[in-house]
Design a protein around this ligand. Structure first.
Ligand SMILES: Nc1ncnc2c1ncn2[C@@H]1O[C@H](COP(=O)(O)OP(=O)(O)OP(=O)(O)O)[C@@H](O)[C@H]1O
Ligand SMILES: [Mg+2]
Length: 126
């Protein structure tokens, strides 16, 4: 599971496009804004693409049955995972995206990002 965080336009969806293509799938990748999940088949692994940016009811995520995806056979990748850090399993790999300039991004994996997200969530109440 990959948990992606980073400001608007920092390259999360672009990364998922590369990920899906890299697994050999030709499926077009778009962010699941009004649906819960987009599934991409045809590659070495099925990919389940989530985007929690517009998630309003935190409880709803608990009822979605995300565990079926998170602990299933495919690869789950979650944009705006830091909106619901408490719902992201410990074994998720966190990846941070940062805008360096108009055409430049920093993409960083950090093992302690989940801890930082939890602290931020407590501090800002979101
Ligand atoms: N690695 C990259 N290098 C250069 N430009 C990039 C990169 N990734 C994305 N961009 C540029 O930033 C734009 C926005 O990227 P993208 O839609 O992937 O951001 P996002 O993090 O998914 O945003 P949102 O939070 O709105 O979902 C892209 O259309 C592209 O122009
Ligand atoms: Mg996006």
């Amino acid at each position: 599971m990959l948990a992606l965080k980073g400001e608007l336009g920092s390259g999360k969806t672009q990364f998922v496009k590369g990920l899906v293509a890299g697994l050999g799938s030709k499926a077009p990748v778009t962010s699941p804004t009004f649906t819960i999940v987009h599934e991409y088949a045809g590659g070495r692994l099925p990919v389940y693409h989530f985007d929690f940016f517009r998630l309003e009811d935190r409880q709803s995520i608990v009822r979605l049955g995300l565990d079926d995806y998170f602990f299933g056979a495919g690869l789950s990748v979650i944009e705006w995972a830091d909106k619901v850090p408490e719902s992201i399993p410990e074994q998720a790999q966190w990846i941070s995206f940062e805008i360096k300039s108009e055409n430049k991004r920093a993409i960083v994996t950090r093992d302690n990002a989940i801890r930082e997200s939890r602290i931020a969530w407590r501090q800002y109440g979101r």
